[in-house]
Structures are given as structure tokens and as C-alpha cells.
Design a protein around this ligand. Structure first.
Ligand code: ADP
Length: 320
């Protein structure tokens, strides 16, 4: 297809998820291997919807790394930006499904391959061809991956791409909450578009209010669009000239993993060929309805990648 390229930068990993909740992985009768990692989910969300996406990141040169690269390729994600580390292994997450529905994670990341991507290993030609550059990885906090992130952001911006940031806060992965806040805010002003969840908004502002004032306290002068996703309540949007709310679709949610990534992928698909739609509230609201529909569908199936919808499915819930 002829749409512009969305480059998604960050980590891809495998979640090992027990088949039953309320027990640790070690006590579970079985487990599923679920490929994930927010930036990789976003790339696949885009291609499922018919857009063009590339993933940039590093995997271990091991069975898991090659399996993940294979999943990206099978989903038509351009894989020319993937490096394989000869020493470190692919990141893994061991999940516990608590009986209250929350998830607990234990990670293999000491360090995992994704954290070891070096600036000189970046496929700059690929990054320069991006119309949208999306990032937001936990690997942003460690060298050499931090420098690789900063360089990729600069190269993409210089080539005219829209910069899209999702902090993907997973607090247990950070050395401390203070450091998480500081690091996230240290790159805040570079993005054109930022998507945060309600939980991230509370964390970053240090307030338990999820309202316009707290969202606007995160506004920066170069920002074009700030989105706050609210789970089953939909999303709020903020631009220089207007702000508003778009309701979610009612669905029977079974697993919300990947809903935010699905939402972001859908939004970027619509923005990639027309950055100016951010300035038109009517058109932006249509796009956010579409993104909400994608997020909603993703919650109706288990896992992230298997649950990401194709375009016709999205239209069918929007027209229902
Ligand atoms: P994140 O996964 O980043 O925490 P959210 O859970 O807010 O993000 O989900 C992103 C979007 O997906 C929401 O804005 C909403 O449109 C949709 N969504 C998420 N959970 C539900 C739900 N239970 N019912 C309907 N839509 C949902």
C-alpha cells in the first residue's frame, strides 16, 4: 500500500503467562508464551489495520529472538531495523495473574539484548524514511540504549517525522519512582504527540485527580496532541486550540493487555499521511473513535498481539 511509514522503536519480549489465575507461574498447571513489548505491539497494530510499519530494536541471537523477529515478519512489519546481540539474551517476562485481576511481573533483563542497542547500530536510512517515529521503551533508561533512542529521535525529527511518545510506565522495572518520573520528563519536551494512561497521568503529576487541569500541567510548548486514555471510559484529548472527551465502546473485556498499544497504532495509522488532522477537531474525534474501537476490540481476546484487530473488524463495531 502507499501509506507513509511508521517506525516503532523499543523492546520486544515474551511474556510467560500462567493458564490459571491466583497462582505464581511456578505453581500453575501450564503457561502460554505471549509475544509482546509495547513498541512491537504498536508496529503490529499498524500493519493489521493496513498501514506500513517497521520495528527498530535489538533481540538476543537466540531461539526467542528469532521467534520474535519471525512474528514481526509474519505480520508484515519491516524487520530491517532489528539487530541481534551476540552476547545477551532476549528479554523475558514471567507473569503472575493475581486473583484480583492484576498482573505481577518478574523480568529477565540483566541486561537483556534490547537494552544493548548502540547508536552506531541504528538503521538510519530506515529511520529517515519514517513519517511517524514512535518510541517509549523502558530501555530508554539505560546506556547504550538511551543514546540510541536519543539519536534515533533526532534523526527522525530532522527528516520531518512526527514524534510520538508513550511512556509505558511499568514501575517495577525502574530503580525508583523518582527516577522513573525524572527520566520520563527529561524527554517529554521532544515529542509532538504523547499518549498517557490515567495511571501514568496520576503518577507523573503526583496528583490523584484525572482532570483537564492535571493533564494540562503536563503540556509543553512544542506539543501538538496530548491523549489520556481512561480504559472503559474512553479518552481525553488536548491540543493548543481545543480539548474534549470521546467515549469508549461497550465490550465484554477479558484481557486489557495491549489496549493502549492498539489505540496508539490506530491513531498513528490515521495521522501518518495527514499530520494536519490534529488541528481539525471534527476529524480528530473521528480518528479517536476509531482508536477507541481498536482498543476495545483488543480487550475482548486474550493476549496483546493475537487480539489486535484488522480494519474490517473495527468498522463492524463502529457501525453496530
Ligand atoms: P493502557 O493499555 O495504555 O492502560 P487503556 O487501558 O486506557 O490504555 O486503553 C486504551 C483504550 O482502549 C481506551 O482509551 C479505550 O478506548 C479502550 N479500552 C480499554 N479498556 C477498555 C474496556 N474495558 N472497554 C472498552 N474499551 C476499552
Amino acid at each position: 500500500n502507499s501509506s507513509g511509514l511508521i517506525v516503532s522503536f523499543g523492546e520486544m519480549l515474551i511474556d510467560f503467562v500462567p493458564t490459571v489465575s491466583g497462582v505464581s507461574l511456578a505453581e500453575a498447571p501450564g503457561f502460554l508464551k505471549a509475544p509482546g513489548g509495547a513498541p512491537a505491539n504498536v508496529a503490529i497494530a499498524v500493519t493489521r489495520l493496513g498501514g506500513k510499519a517497521a520495528f527498530v530494536g535489538k533481540l538476543g541471537d537466540d531461539e526467542f529472538g528469532h521467534m520474535l523477529a519471525g512474528i514481526l515478519k509474519k505480520n508484515n512489519v519491516i524487520a530491517d531495523g532489528i539487530n541481534f546481540d551476540q552476547g545477551a539474551r532476549t528479554a523475558l517476562a514471567f507473569v503472575t495473574l493475581r486473583s484480583d485481576g492484576e498482573r505481577e511481573f518478574m523480568f529477565y533483563r540483566n541486561p537483556s539484548a534490547d537494552m544493548l542497542l548502540k547508536p552506531e547500530e541504528l538503521n538510519l536510512e530506515l529511520i529517515r524514511s519514517a513519517k511517524v517515529f514512535h518510541y517509549g521503551s523502558i530501555s530508554l533508561i539505560v546506556e547504550p540504549c538511551r543514546s540510541a533512542h536519543l539519536k534515533a529521535m533526532q534523526v527522525a525529527r530532522d527528516a520531518g517525522a512526527l514524534l510520538s511518545y508513550d511512556p509505558n510506565l511499568r514501575l517495577p522495572l525502574w530503580p525508583s519512582p523518582e527516577e522513573a518520573r525524572e527520566q520520563i520528563l527529561s524527554i517529554w519536551n521532544q515529542a509532538d504527540l504523547i499518549k498517557v494512561s490515567d495511571v501514568e497521568l496520576e503518577f507523573l503529576t503526583g496528583s490523584d485527580k484525572i482532570d483537564d487541569a492535571s493533564a494540562m500541567s503536563l503540556w509543553h510548548p512544542n506539543l501538538k496532541l496530548l491523549l489520556v486514555t481512561l480504559g472503559e471510559k474512553g479518552c481525553n484529548y488536548y491540543t493548543k486550540n481545543f480539548r474534549g472527551h470521546v467515549d469508549a465502546y461497550h465490550v465484554n473485556a477479558v484481557d486489557t493487555t495491549g489496549a493502549g498499544d492498539s489505540f496508539v497504532g490506530a491513531l498513528l495509522c490515521k495521522l501518518v499521511d495527514d499530520h494536519s488532522l490534529i488541528e481539525d477537531e471534527g476529524r480528530l474525534r473521528e480518528v479517536l473513535k476509531y482508536a477507541n474501537a481498536c482498543g476495545a476490540i483488543t480487550t475482548t481476546k486474550k493476549g496483546a498481539i493475537p487480539a489486535l484487530p484488522a480494519h474490517p473488524e473495527v468498522l463492524s463495531i463502529m457501525n453496530a
